[in-house]
Design a protein around this ligand. Structure first.
Ligand SMILES: [Mg+2]
Length: 455
């Protein structure tokens, strides 16, 4: 063959060789060694191992020599498979895989648990929107089950429109992001602080010390629901703190509780070379401490005025409100040298909406309904590190990086148990009995959110 002309595989006879059975070392080498005797070219290979069972598919050109050679190849592959107690199926056809349709998306589904019913509904939704599922794989089993569908043939927006109500009605998180190189290039993550990076609303922590918690909480809730102008509500709430001793700042810093998964998220992003920042409608008196504690690249918030050792009930400087947060995202992106399209913003309140919409990917995190509906994607499980799954990062990668970094992950989150618990095959079982009722190692240890602590 003339090397200047690439060989076309569209109409050449091909064989799809599928091997299935108990995984053990040497299967892939064994199959291709068997095929090598027929001088066939490899067009595609896919292999997955699920709970110790391998599915290996090889698409190869049919051997030269016509039907006789193909018959010989089939017999040899089956004989090899029998010798290693695997099942083989060989299907004749022509050409390569069907080209994937235009429009590529990643659909990430987070379930706790992920039910068969939800999985069926999501898959049906993808089909109904005109999409094709090209691949499915698990990103994580902890702290939630996260599965990614690679979908083609439908636009990201159309897919999102179809799947968002499905996810909401089923109580699972469904995130649709467009595929492509930009997903690997997202390089700046900017988070809200109150009820996002931390579990608390900082002004409520101050209010608790000032004895006006209930009044402040009510105003905060109304502001976050979008019923009050943020700046107006900020001034009203801060005024309630007038006269408070400045020593309260240290107490509030000590009161702050990080959201589960926050450290894992930030540590992993930093290892991947991301820059990470926070923007807060809360106060620099707290965010500066968080920036230092977590090694954040950027932090911006409002500043409580303190005069003669007491809070004055005023804030000083530029107010970080809804528009301010979006402005800061742009500023951080410019300083980081990252195009806005390659930024990720995470927040829960109405004052985060402009920032979420301005970012390349806006993630509503356990957000108020008004925010959830307007954001690109929503996460409603209370673990911040699940955002990593939306970026296509697997739990395995997170844990491997923790291992290499010599740093244990979340204290209660390490230590994998053996995955595979199968009923041993006996001659009378015919080799087909599966461990349907057998306990999966580690499952019981994962139940409940309380073992997941990040502090
Ligand atoms: Mg918030």
């Amino acid at each position: 063959m003339d090397v200047s002309e690439p060989r076309r595989t569209t109409d050449v006879p091909t064989l799809l060789v599928k091997i299935f059975g108990k995984d053990r070392p040497g299967i892939t080498a064994g199959l291709f060694d068997t095929l090598a005797a027929y001088s066939v070219d490899v067009i595609d290979i896919e292999q997955v191992v699920t709970r110790g069972r391998i599915v290996l598919c090889a698409l190869v050109a049919a051997p030269p020599g016509g039907a006789a050679a193909e018959g010989d190849l089939r017999a040899t592959v089956h004989s090899w498979a029998d010798s290693v107690r695997l099942q083989a199926e060989i299907i004749s056809g022509t050409g390569d895989n069907r080209p994937r349709g235009s429009g590529r998306s990643h659909v990430t589904v987070l379930g706790n648990p992920l039910t068969a019913e939800s999985t069926s509904a999501i898959a049906a939704g993808i089909t109904a929107s005109g999409g094709n599922i090209d691949r499915i794989f698990r990103l994580a089993k902890y702290p939630v089950t996260a599965v990614e569908f690679a979908v083609s043939g439908v636009g990201t927006e159309a897919l999102r429109t179809t799947l968002a109500p499905t996810g909401a009605s089923l109580g699972v998180d469904v995130a649709v992001v467009s595929a492509g190189l930009h997903r690997r290039a997202q390089r700046l993550v900017v988070m809200d602080v109150d009820s996002t990076l931390i579990q608390d609303e900082v002004i409520e922590l101050f209010a608790a010390h000032a004895g006006c918690e209930a009044e402040v909480a009510e105003v905060t809730a109304r502001a976050m629901r979008g019923e009050l102008d943020f700046e107006e509500s900020l001034h009203a709430r801060v005024a309630l703190l007038a006269g408070l001793d400045a020593s309260v700042v240290d107490k509030v810093r000590a009161d702050v509780r990080l959201t589960p998964g926050a450290r894992t998220l930030i540590r992993t992003l930093k290892r991947l070379g991301y820059q990470v920042g926070v923007v807060s409608g809360g106060f620099t008196q707290v965010t500066d401490a968080l920036q230092e504690r977590l090694g954040l690249d950027f932090a911006s918030a409002n500043t409580l005025e303190i005069v003669d050792g007491r809070l004055t009930g005023r804030v000083v400087g530029e107010i970080v409100d809804r528009a301010g947060k979006a402005r800061l995202l742009r500023r951080f992106a410019a300083e980081a040298g990252v195009p806005l399209a390659q930024t990720v913003a995470i927040g829960d309140g109405a004052n985060d909406l402009d920032m979420l919409n301005a970012a390349g990917l806006g993630v509503a995190f356990n957000a108020k309904p008004v925010v959830r509906e307007a954001a690109h994607t929503a996460v409603n499980v209370p673990f911040l590190d699940t955002v990593l799954y939306l970026l296509g990062i697997t739990r395995e990668e997170v844990e491997a990086a923790d291992g290499e970094g010599g740093e244990s992950g979340d204290p209660s989150g390490g230590g994998e148990s053996p995955e595979s618990v199968e009923v041993p095959e006996t001659p009378t079982s015919g080799g087909t009995r599966e461990a349907l009722g057998a306990p999966e190692g580690g499952r019981s240890r994962e139940s409940g959110g309380s073992r997941y602590q990040d502090a």
